[in-house]
Every structure is written in C-alpha cells, then in structure tokens.
Design a binder for this molecule. Structure first.
Ligand SMILES: NC(=O)C1=CN([C@@H]2O[C@H](COP(=O)(O)OP(=O)(O)OC[C@H]3O[C@@H](n4cnc5c(N)ncnc54)[C@H](O)[C@@H]3O)[C@@H](O)[C@H]2O)C=CC1
Ligand SMILES: N[C@@H](CC=O)C(=O)O
Length: 835
C-alpha cells in the first residue's frame, strides 16, 4: 500500500489479518497415536489461518527406533523384528486414523517400508555406516508422520500439500552446528510453491538436504528448528510450537511444584531458561525466528484453549517481578586452575579455554576473581576428567615450577541460574537471590553474572540443588516460602499450636505466600511422618507409629524443602539436649520448653553458638510469660543500648491464678488441681509450686541480659511439702490436700496484716536472684492482677523513675501456643516471607 492509498477499511483490515500465514510445529508427544493425529487434524482445521504451514516430528519413539534399526543393520544384528514392529505401528495408526480411506496410505506405507528394508539390507551387507544412508533412515519417521497427518486432513475434505523438506531446505555445517542456505532454500520453496499453492501445507520436520542433494538431518531437537526455518521461509506471522505443557514455567515443576506459568517472555529470557531447564524449546532452534522478529508461541496440544507462552522481542513489559524464572542444570563438575604465577600474567585464560576447546570440552560457566589467583569453570561431568587431564598437560611446566599450584576437579556440581530481563539495572536482585540461598544454607562454589545482568548463575553442590531451587524460587516470590514443620509434644500447648496452624495456614498461604507445611508430629514414643498438612492432624497422629527422635527430625529436615523448623512443645530435657545439633544442621528451633534456656550453662552456650554458626534461629519467647512479649521487650531495650538494673514480677500464671483465687476457705489443693486441669501448670505441677518454673524464667531473662546465671544461683522458696517431693506427679496432686492447713495459716497471717500473698521473682544488676512467696500490701500493684496475669517490671537506665511493665495472661495452652506461633512467623519473616 502506498502513502497515497486510503486507509484500509475495517473489512480490508479483517481480510489482511485473515491473510496471515501461521506456522505450527507438532512434536512426537502430540503425535503418539492415531487418536492424537486425529486430534491435531481437528485442532488445525478449527483455526482460521489463511495459510497454514504445519511442521511435524515423527510419531513418538519412532526416531529412536529408526536410529536403533540403522545401528543394528551396520552392526550386522537382527533388525527384522524391529522393522516389523515399526511397520505394524504405522499401518495400525493409518488404519485407525483413516478407516475406509486408508487403502492408498497403507499401500504407500508398505512401499516406504520396502525401501527402508532395502536400505537396511544394504547397510547390513556393507557393514559400514554410510552417513547419507543413515540420515535417510533416521528421517523417515517425519516423512511418514507428515503423510499421516496430511491424509487425515484430506480425509476430512481439505486440500493439503505435503512438503518433503529434503526437496527444499538446504543446509551445511560448521563448528557451531547446522547452517541454513537461505537463498537456495527460498528458491526451491518458491519453485515448489508454484506447483503446490494449497493453503494447507504439512512439512516434514528434522530432515533436510545438503548442497549435493543428499538427505541429512538437523540433529536432536531438529523439528523445532525446522519449524522456525519454515516459519521464516514462508514469512509466517507467528510460529506456534505445540507440545504437552501449557507453556514455559518459572522452574521445573518436578522440583518446584509451585512453579508458575509465564504468559510472556523475551527471546533472551526464553534462551536463558531453555538452556537450563525449560526444555520446551531449544535456544538454537529459535535463531531464525529471533533474526526476523517472528513471535513464537508455546502451546499445549491437549489444552488448545490455553494461550500458552508468547516469546518475542519485547517480552513481558508489564512484569512486576525482576526474575522470570530459575533454571537448573545438573551432572556438572568444577575445574579450577589456581596459582600465584597467574596473577597479572596475560593469556592464562586464553590458554585454559583453548586447551578445553582443543579437547572438545564445552564450558558451561566461567568465574574468575579480580585477584587472578584462580580461574574456574563448570563443565559437563562426562567431560570433566578429559578437561582436567588436558589442563594438567597444558600447564605441566608451570605446575612443575610451582607457578600453578594445582588443577582441581570437583564432581557433583549443579548450576542454578536466575533469569529475567527485569533483573538488569535493578539493584538488590543478586542480594535477594544469594540471600535466599544463604538462608537455605546453600554454599556457593562459584558465581557468574554477565554484563547483560539477565542471568546470575551459581555453582552449588548437586545435593543442595533442589533445596536451592525452591529457596530461590520462593526468594523471588515466584512461589510460596515453604517451611517444613515438625511438632514435638502434642500435649496441651502442642495441640493448641497444631489447631492454630491448621486454622491459619490457608490464610497465610493465600495472603502472604507463606507455606507452613506440617510434616511430622511426635511424642516420646511415636510419630506421624507425612508430606503435607491438609486434613485433621489428630487423625494423622492417631495413626502414628513408633519412631525415634532422630528419624523424625531427619524426615522434617527434608533435603528438597528450603527451610525446616522443629516446634518443641514438650518439657523434656532430652529433647532440649538435641537443639545444638539441630541448629548446627540449619533447623530452626522454636519452643516454650524452658529446659534449654534455663538448662546447664554450657548447654545454653552450645545452643547459642550453634545458632550463630549455622544461621538457624532459636526462638523461645513463650518460655517467659507465655504469649507475652517479655524476652523481645528485654532484647529491644538492650539492643537499643539500654542497661538492665533489675527485673521483678510475677512470672507464673499458675501461682498468680492460685493466689488471686485463694481466699483461705477454698482448699488450696483443690485450686492446684483446677489449675492443672486448665493447662496452666507444668506437666508436673510441682515445677510450679516448687518455684522451679519461676526460677527458670528468671534465669532465662538474666541470661538474655548477659548474666551467666544458673538455676543454682537462684534463691528459691518452695511451696512443696517435704513429704511430697519424691512422690509421683499424680500422687502429689492427690495428697496435697493433706497439707492445706499450712497454706491456710500463712494466708491468715498475711490477711491479719492487711496483706496479700504473691509469688514474686526478682533479679538485680548485682546478680542477686530470688523467687518466693511474699506478703504484700493490698495496695501493691501485684495485688491487683487478674486470673493468670503475669507482670514483669524492667527497671533500666532509661526506665529508672518508672519501670517498663509487661502485663497480661501468662499461662494456658492457647496463649502459649500463640507465643510459639508468633515466634514461627518471626522466623518466617527473617527467611523472606511477607507476613
Ligand atoms: N501450659 C502453659 O501455660 C505453658 C507451658 N509452657 C511449656 O510448654 C510445654 C508443654 O506444656 P503442656 O502442653 O502444658 O504439657 P503437656 O504435658 O500437656 O504436653 C507435653 C507433651 O510433650 C510430650 N513429651 C514428653 N516428653 C517427651 C519426649 N521426651 N519426647 C517427645 N515428646 C515428649 C508429651 O507426650 C506431651 O505430648 C512445657 O515445656 C511447658 O513448660 C510454657 C509456657 C506456658
Ligand atoms: N506453668 C507455667 C506455664 C508457663 O510457663 C505457669 O504457670 O506460668
């Protein structure tokens, strides 16, 4: 249209859009059976492409079968049964697909297979591989496949031309692979088109001709390449690559079940992702499309209503996240050349890579620090020994003279790459990527980022690969932040916690992308181990089986999940004894169990050291004041530079409740039994009445403030009658009533003075620590608490005139569980969740 032409009318525009040529390519999975050919034929017929060019692969498995047939013939093995099977497979497909229209196609197939038979017989006779003859054999599957599809379309009434690419597409080869002779191919196509003007063309993928006219193939993934070449030769407006997935995903869904579908990608992004993991299209095959700006759409043959992934020059300009996806390549090894003689010497890198090139070793990733002291590269595992030997030979003189110290090879390497156009020029992307890996305790062996900033690659141990992939995927908010949870001690607090998690997890997943995945529940005798937490945890635990703690924790600390947390809701010192090991292994530990925070000092230090070294979190806010923010408040004071002068208060919900309720009339022992039933007391109520529980809390706070306090340092007044110290927990509850008179007398004495009884804890900066029952004036602040209220008074340099007070219910399963849960959410936030 010239500039003087009038603007096209809407009708004209419609005609223009109708006049588009669309190229399609169907792979073997889309053409695995007669039913699938019929489905593809229907799909193509349902489209309104003005000109439709369809490039096909062989039926699924046929190319491999043909390669095996050729090899068998050359090796003189018996190929006849395999020929028979292949012949039968195609006859059956044709007969099923075409029904009463099958005769001509069957005769054609029989002739084709006789030709194949003759070639194989000749190869057997010669016993040597003739390249063109083998190429001819390998490409027959596409020839048969094109005919089957074309005949299916014809049977439905369409006028279809079959283009045998061996008559049109001319290719040569250089070091980088196949080179298309575009002029020759275009000339041949024009001539062919002159004879075959049909609007529907079915083209053989994979096969081509060389400059002498001999049959050849495009190599593995050749059909995709054929699709792009014919889309270019036909000047198509789009190339649709039909496969068995909806499009490109942000990561391999087998490793990251939450991988997200990507509606748009730029060519560069698709190349980066395709290289490593998203095998829907091979980057090399995109070259003709990229050169012409031809959009490629990856679509699902079995879900044609899905729009698929569109790959073009622009990509997704509206994308909000910097990274589009993550790709992982495995079976690699790290080669490292290291030596002080390399520093500042030009040409070392050139020698390293020239050596690898000469040995035909392909380099996947390169990294060199600016000191030039070492240069490392990642290569395929299968080529690693060859590469190392070649480097040792090439640098033998320098190794002998000590200028190069060593050439090392480390096997078992994977490379994980974050990919996205939006990463370029966006500060913090590397931090997010590497931070997510660090939090998942993945060690990085080498790092590489090109100046395009579109790909950051890290070499890691293969054993860490899945965990790293998931952690990075979640770190870029492409999928939820998953924490594998194991709950120990489904007693009162544990049960409340499990209920709270079950109730909140779906909302947290929906609103904050945090996936709290309950994968185990254990008590001292048995455990339930599972993969997901949907469903009633009680029913699961009912089916628990005998298990030891180590097996339980090993299951929770699954290698494939980025983060694991143990929620210890027992009161067991044996469980607490394991914390240093778990923390050192990178498992987060969250607990209301005071045995660790107030246990022997060396153990406490071991816990702290393990957490600091391994990066795992140890959180135990619920050990003091249950759900109240007592430890966090103290931490905030100290972290902001304040100094603790003293801490004082009522630290026991049980004792608060008992003395708030006790009126000298109701039997004290009855109240103790009630407190136990309400879940306020420790599993053994004597821990409360002995003052031990309060002393533990005091120790925890003092240690948090930097004092090396132990339980033995606390002056404790026990309320346990000496006669009941050594009996069982139940006998203690049963017999406590025998000693009610003593408590009644103490109450009456205090009352006579106008006082109330309160069990008080106190610690000062001189290190004095005591807990005991005090008679306080009725006007005292401690006399006006409600129910299980704890009160903690922090006197500090800043809060010296008036203490900072934390007050509220300090015991009970629900509030304690909430304190544990809040700790878990703090850990999740530190791991990158947006709670
Ligand atoms: N109840 C409360 O108000 C508060 C309790 N806590 C602490 O919470 C923890 C749990 O208390 P409750 O639920 O009231 O006790 P509980 O007696 O109801 O539950 C304890 C659970 O731990 C399990 N258990 C015991 N020994 C074990 C072992 N060696 N290995 C694995 N599991 C074991 C028991 O089978 C039971 O399921 C205790 O450490 C307690 O000090 C902390 C703050 C408040
Ligand atoms: N038994 C304890 C529970 C909380 O630590 C108490 O009563 O305070």
């Amino acid at each position: 249209m010239s500039a003087l032409d009038p603007a096209p009318s809407p009708q004209h525009a419609a005609v223009l859009s109708l006049a588009t040529t669309v190229a399609h390519k169907f792979g073997g999975s889309s053409l695995a059976s007669a039913q699938r050919y019929a489905h593809v034929a229907g799909l193509l017929r349902g489209r309104d492409d003005a000109v439709q060019v369809t490039v096909v692969s062989a039926m699924q498995g046929v190319t491999d079968a043909l390669i095996a047939l050729g090899d068998a013939a050359v090796a003189g093995e018996d190929w006849q049964p395999h020929w028979d099977a292949l012949h039968e497979k195609h006859r059956t497909a044709a007969a099923t697909l075409l029904g009463t229209h099958a005769d001509i196609t069957l005769a054609w197939l029989d002739a084709q297979f006789q030709d194949l038979h003759a070639i194989l017989a000749a190869l057997t006779l010669l016993g040597a591989s003739g390249e063109p003859a083998l190429a001819r054999v390998h490409g027959l599957g596409e020839v048969w496949s094109a005919r089957l599809l074309a005949d299916a379309l014809r049977a439905a009434g369409d006028d279809v031309a079959v283009l045998d690419a061996r008559n049109v597409m001319e290719v040569g080869r250089n070091e980088l692979g196949v080179v298309v002779d575009w002029d020759a191919s275009a000339r041949r196509l024009a001539a062919w088109r002159h004879e075959h003007p049909q609007a529907r063309v079915v083209v053989t993928g994979f096969v081509a001709r060389d400059a002498k006219g001999a049959a050849t193939t495009l190599g593995r993934n050749g059909s995709d390449f054929s699709g792009a070449i014919f889309a270019a030769l036909f000047e198509a407006a789009e190339l649709h690559i039909w496969t068995d997935v909806d499009g490109v995903l942000s990561a391999d869904p087998r490793a990251v079940p939450d991988a997200v579908y990507l509606p748009k990608l730029s060519y560069d992004e698709a190349c980066e992702l395709a290289y490593f993991g998203a095998k829907v299209i091979h980057p090399q095959t995109m070259a003709p499309a990229i050169a012409r700006g031809l959009p490629i759409v990856i679509r699902n043959t079995f879900n044609p209503a899905h729009p698929g992934t569109r790959i073009d020059a622009a990509g997704d300009t509206a994308a909000l996240l910097p990274a589009k996806g993550l790709s992982l390549v495995s079976d690699l090894a790290l080669l490292n050349v290291e030596g002080s003689g390399m520093i500042g010497v030009p040409g070392t890198a050139e020698r390293v890579f020239a050596t690898l090139h000469a040995s035909n070793v392909s380099v996947v990733m390169i990294s060199q620090g600016s000191s030039e002291h070492s240069i490392c590269c990642v290569v395929r595992a299968a080529q690693a020994q060859t590469g190392r030997a070649a480097l040792e030979r090439a640098f033998a003189p320098e190794l002998a003279q000590g200028q190069i110290q060593k050439v090392t090879l480390e096997a078992g390497i994977s490379v994980l790459a974050a990919v996205g156009d939006g990463m370029a020029g966006t500060p913090g992307v590397a931090a997010r990527f590497l931070g997510a890996l660090a939090r998942a305790r993945v060690n990085l062996r080498a790092i590489a980022q090109g100046a395009s900033e579109r790909n950051i690659s890290v070499a890691i141990a293969a054993a860490d690969a899945t965990r790293a992939l998931r952690a990075a995927h979640a770190g870029f908010w492409l999928s939820p932040q998953t924490i594998s949870l194991g709950v120990i001690g489904p007693g009162k607090v544990g049960a409340a916690l499990l209920d709270q998690i079950a109730q909140s997890a779906p909302r947290l997943l929906r609103d904050t992308n945090l996936d709290l995945r309950l994968r185990g529940i254990a008590d001292s005798r048995r455990a339930w181990l599972g993969e997901h937490d949907s469903g009633d945890w009680r029913a699961k635990f009912d089916a628990a089986t005998p298990s030891d703690l180590d097996a339980f924790v090993a299951h929770v600390h699954a290698a494939h999940l980025p983060h694991a947390a143990i929620l210890d809701c027992s009161a067991s010192p044996a469980v607490a004894a394991k914390y240093p090991d778990w923390l050192a292994a990178g498992i987060h530990v969250i607990t209301p169990n005071k045995q660790a925070g107030a246990g022997p000092l060396p153990h406490y230090h071991a816990i702290r050291a393990a957490a600091a070294a391994g990066g795992a979190r140890f959180r135990y806010e619920a050990t003091v004041g249950a759900g109240l923010p007592v430890i966090q408040t103290l931490r905030d004071l100290l972290d902001t530079g304040d100094e603790l002068h003293s801490v004082e208060g009522i630290f026991s919900g049980t004792l608060a409740w008992l003395f708030n309720r006790y009126d000298g009339v109701l039997p004290f022992a009855q109240l103790v039994r009630e407190a136990h039933a309400l879940g306020y007391t420790e599993p053994d109520a004597r821990d409360d009445l002995s003052g031990t529980d309060v002393a533990r809390k005091l120790v925890i706070l003092a240690r948090e403030a930097g004092y090396a306090l132990s339980l033995d340092d606390v002056q404790v007044e026990s309320l346990i009658p000496p006669e009941l110290v050594a009996v069982s927990a139940q006998e203690f509850l049963d017999r406590l009533g025998d000693f009610d008179d003593a408590m009644r007398a103490r109450f009456a004495a205090a009352q006579a003075q106008g006082n109330v009884l309160r069990y008080v804890a106190a610690f000062d900066r001189e290190g004095r620590a005591q807990v005991g029952l005090r008679a306080l004036p009725a006007s005292h602040a401690f006399a006006h608490l409600q129910l299980t209220d704890n009160i903690v008074l922090f006197s500090t340099r800043r809060y010296c005139d008036n203490p900072l007070v934390v007050q509220g219910p300090g015991a009970g399963p629900d509030v304690t569980a909430a304190g544990v849960f809040a700790d878990l959410l703090r850990v999740a936030t530190a791991l990158g969740a947006r709670v």
